[in-house]
Every structure is written in C-alpha cells, then in structure tokens.
Design a protein around this ligand. Structure first.
Ligand code: HEC
Ligand code: HEC
Length: 161
C-alpha cells in the first residue's frame, strides 16, 4: 500500500510519522516481522559499518535526524521519503536514556545480546536490579566488578517501580 504524502519539508515528517505509527499498529496486530524503518536501516546503514555504532547511541528524534543527515553526507543511500521513517524507527528503538554515570556502561555492555527495550520495560527496586544483573553476568555479560555498582545505581534510580 502506498500512502500519499505531501512533497518536501515538514509534510514528509508528518507523513513518515503516520506511516510508522500505522506500520507499528499492523505489526502489533499481526505479529508480523520487521517494520519498514528496520528494513531501511538494514539496507542503508550497514554498508560501511555494522549495527554496533547505532546500538551504543541513544538519541531523540532530532538527534537521530542529525546522525542520518551526517551519514547521508558521507554517502549513505536513503531516499527522501524513507528518511523520516528511518529516523522515527531509530528514535523509537534507540531512544534517549537518562543522563548520569552508568549510561555509558549500559550502552556498551548491555546492548551486546539484546536491545535496551527490555531494560526500559523493566521496573525493579535495587534488590531486583542486583539479581537481574547477576543473571546477566551468568548469561555472559562483560560487566566488570567496577562498573557493577555504577550501573546498579543508575538502573535503580531511573527504572524503578
Ligand atoms: C558511506 C558509509 C556509511 C554509511 C552508509 C553509514 N555510515 Fe554511519 N558512520 C560512517 C563512518 C565512517 C562513521 C565513523 C564516524 C566517525 O568516526 O566520526 C560512522 C559512524 C556512525 C555512528 C556513530 C556516531 C557518529 O555520529 O559518529 C552512528 C550512530 C552511525 N554511523 C549511524 C549510521 C546510520 C543510522 C546509517 C544509515 C542511515 C549509517 N550510519 C550509514 C559511515 C557510514
Ligand atoms: C551475554 C548476553 C547478554 C548480555 C550481554 C546482557 N543480557 Fe540481558 N538478557 C539476556 C538473555 C539471554 C535474556 C533472557 C531473554 C529471554 O528470556 O527472553 C536477557 C533478558 C534481559 C532482561 C529482561 C528480563 C525479564 O525478565 O524480562 C533485562 C531487563 C535485561 N536482560 C537487562 C540486561 C542488562 C541491564 C544488561 C547489561 C548488564 C544485559 N541485560 C546484558 C542476555 C544478555
């Protein structure tokens, strides 16, 4: 299905956001694989580097728009109508995180096996986060003894019940 979008400027943004929301609803309803934004990411963003620089970045829509524009300047092939769809997907999947010590650890250590949606969905007290971090260590997370309390504080403060 092709959606009709206004040409250029802000029109594309609104249209892209609507399309992404629509796609999201369809995915949720049918449990269908990969949304359009993810497809664009896989096609356009993995030509020069893997997903790693994306996984360790947490930005809002404006921030991601800047990154995507910088990558297009570098040579990334993203069509004009695809750009807002991609930005929407990036902001949704790799959205901003609260500032503070521990943010860097979370981005570097906790994105190796799964994205951070799992973390954002989880609300625990300090005891709960301690147990969960222990479970992740058992899974093989490379969380150093030094970083453990830093991350624990960060999680307990920002993702509490
Ligand atoms: C033409 C090659 C190329 C393509 C295609 C490309 N990138 Fe990059 N990207 C780079 C290079 C080179 C760097 C390292 C930049 C640096 O060291 O400053 C980078 C770094 C990044 C970073 C790290 C943060 C930053 O700004 O340096 C992010 C995030 C990123 N790319 C996202 C993307 C996304 C999203 C796409 C798809 C739209 C994409 N890249 C496509 C070349 C590319
Ligand atoms: C070595 C791989 C690996 C690393 C690294 C990793 N995890 Fe996990 N994580 C897992 C596995 C496996 C699961 C369980 C998946 C499942 O049951 O569906 C999981 C699940 C989770 C969940 C969901 C738990 C639930 O009950 O819903 C959270 C929250 C989580 N991880 C947080 C983290 C944090 C925080 C870090 C960084 C310290 C981290 N993970 C690093 C493998 C990893």
């Amino acid at each position: 299905m092709k959606r009709r979008c206004g040409p250029g400027g802000f029109g594309w943004w609104l249209c892209g956001a609507g399309a992404a929301l629509l796609a999201g609803a369809v995915v949720a309803a049918q449990d269908a694989p990969a949304d359009k934004g993810e497809q664009i990411l896989n096609t356009s963003c993995l030509a020069c580097h893997d997903l790693r620089p994306v996984q360790v970045t947490a930005l809002d829509k404006e921030g991601w728009k800047g990154v995507v524009e910088a990558m297009i300047d570098r040579g990334a092939q993203v069509s004009e109508p695809d750009t807002p769809v991609l930005v929407e997907y990036l902001a949704k999947t790799y959205g901003p995180l609260p500032e503070g010590p521990g943010k860097k650890v979370l981005l570097n250590v906790c994105t190796v096996c799964h994205d951070l949606q799992r973390v954002k969905r989880t609300a625990l007290d300090p005891e709960g986060w301690r147990d969960l971090l222990q479970t992740m260590l058992n899974e093989g997370a490379m969380l150093s003894e030094q970083d453990f309390p830093v991350l624990l504080n960060y999680l307990a403060r920002n993702f509490k019940p």
